[in-house]
Design a protein around this ligand. Sequence first.
Ligand code: MG
Length: 157
Amino acid sequence: MRIGSGVDVHSFGPGDHVMLGGVRVPHSRGVIAHSDGDVVLHALCDALLGAAGLGDIGQHFRDTDPRWKGADSRRFIVGAMEMLRARKLRVGNADVTVLAEAPKVGPVREQIRSQIAELLGVAADRVNVKATTTEKLGFLGRAEGIAAQAVVLLLDG
Ligand code: MG
């Protein structure tokens, strides 16, 4: 059994949606990023790589690589899962937290959950998605950006 954690932050910028767990969520801002800036999948990718002892997302999917410009972040999870499978590791469960004043995660929570479950090759009840604000404190509280945290458990075999 192996545990891994991941964190990601992106600034808000011009745009009309944010990607969260592979789901397009309408918002008054977008995020500034090389890829699609999906904080949930970036944190999750780091948690997967972390648990497997494989470093971090930046080592495998460089944010200067033109291949990943505007990339669908689901590709990073697919890539990480391939590395895990090659090492005979599978996901036990994943727990994700979105930190932001907005957008609200509630309306898309189940959609994000099933999308992540599909990417990780597990049942939806092995994935938990939750959200919190920071009570208007700090850069997240001032709605300057959005962050996510992820924890995963990997099982052998
Ligand atoms: Mg990121």
